[in-house]
Ligand binder design. Structure first.
Ligand SMILES: Cc1ncc(COP(=O)(O)O)c(C=O)c1O
Length: 386
């Protein structure tokens, strides 16, 4: 029977991930430079809140849009940290930032609508746009411009069919961090072209060297066209708990809540009580996670530069170095072939740049602990320099 299924591409990382898994299952040691999370245990205060919620039988259906206490805390944290002015009817609790982006696109994208996506991009954006019959319009950036998009880059891709601009600040995979003036210009561009901005800010807590993170939400004049995505995953070391937030105008939140009520019915109650404890203690937790990740970043960059005699710059944010294959002394540009070869022959897992829309690069994560990073880099250098 022809089931006439929808079309959806597998992630470009599938081949690499399944090879890594195969190797692990065969008992081989795989060195992991491909993780998408801080490899840090969830803080005790969060875990205790989960145990307490269980003991108190808080296991019933939560409100669809999220626990009131959690929404209040999320709004307080968001407004205080990012000089925003949201109310608790302008936030939705979602199953991670990812599902927030998915719902946001589902509510906004209609057939043929164009969505501007800045490349290198997070893997899921273009595929999500296609799921909703939209058309991803890729805006290229380059390493020599610090992977930052300019207004003229955006102008070249915008048309009267363009409805949304996705901005990922702080960014995966390049660690790009936009300053206040740059964000202001992008928001003004969006206004002039009547675009909605989906601002993916899930790495806001992982910004290094005492630099300041600016949220689009602090520009309150643009609030009516702004959908901000936040998450407990990276900021609170809670990736597996699946809690994120969408901050958006009331009419958007209403639609997203209806979509949630017709699909998942909301986020696991225990995870929400845990996230509440996390947000209540976020100032303390953030400092710890941030300083640990900065140490790992510095270790990765310094060790890489020593081993490969290069001058890799430390990324300003997030968890990744986006590295030109030429820095490894490789003159090919097929990043999938390169990553497959390194994984199959040296057991080091990296993510091919093409997964993020950019050939000739790989993404190495510094999310693992220093010992793991050390061993992975030594193994990589030993293999590539032999
Ligand atoms: C740029 C970006 N946005 C969103 C997400 C989604 O994270 P989560 O769903 O765990 O909040 C990720 C996860 O890796 C990411 O890198």
């Amino acid at each position: 029977m022809n089931l006439d299924l929808i079309k959806i591409e597998p992630s470009a990382t599938v081949a690499i991930n399944s090879l890594a898994l195969q190797k692990k299952q065969a008992g081989e040691r795989v060195y992991n430079l491909s993780v998408g999370e801080p490899m840090i245990n969830t803080p005790e205060v969060i875990k205790s809140a989960a145990t307490k919620a269980l003991a108190e039988n808080k296991t019933h259906y939560p409100p669809v849009s999220g626990l009131v206490e959690l929404k209040n805390e999320a709004v307080t944290w968001f407004n205080k940290n990012f000089q925003a002015n949201y109310n608790n009817n302008e936030v939705l609790v979602t199953a991670g930032g990812k599902f927030g982006i998915y719902l946001g696109l589902q509510s906004l994208v209609k057939t043929g609508d164009e969505v501007l996506i800045i490349s290198p991009y997070w893997v899921s954006y273009p595929e999500m746009v296609k799921i909703f019959d939209g058309s991803p319009k890729i805006v290229e950036t380059s390493e020599k411009n610090d992977w930052k998009v300019s207004i003229s880059d955006l102008q070249k891709q915008v048309s009267n069919k363009t409805k949304i601009l996705i901005l990922n600040n702080a960014g995966n995979p390049t660690g790009v961090l936009y300053n206040k003036e740059e964000i202001a210009k992008i928001l003004e561009f969006a206004k002039e072209n009547n675009l909605v901005i989906i601002s993916d800010e899930v790495y806001s807590g992982l910004v290094y060297d005492n630099q300041v993170f600016f949220s689009c939400a602090s520009f309150t004049d643009y609030k009516d066209r702004l959908v901000v995505i936040q998450s407990c995953s990276k900021n609170l070391a809670m990736t597996g708990w699946r809690v994120g937030f969408v901050f958006a105008p009331v009419e958007v939140i209403k639609i997203l809540t209806n979509l949630t009520s017709q699909s998942t019915s909301g986020v696991t109650s225990i995870s929400q009580y845990s996230a509440l404890a996390g947000l209540e203690n976020i100032d303390m937790i953030s400092v710890e996670i941030n300083s640990e990740m900065q140490k790992r970043r510095d270790f990765f960059v310094n060790t890489f530069n020593k081993l490969f005699k290069t001058n890799l710059q430390a990324p300003a944010s997030a968890l990744y170095c986006f590295i030109s294959m030429s820095a490894f002394g490789i003159d090919e540009i097929d990043s999938i072939k390169f990553c497959e070869r390194v994984l199959s022959e040296a057991n080091v897992a990296m993510v091919p740049g093409i997964a993020f829309g950019k050939e000739g690069y790989v993404r190495c994560s510094f999310g693992e602990n220093i010992q793991e990073l050390d061993q992975a880099l030594l193994k990589l250098a030993e293999y590539l320099q032999k």
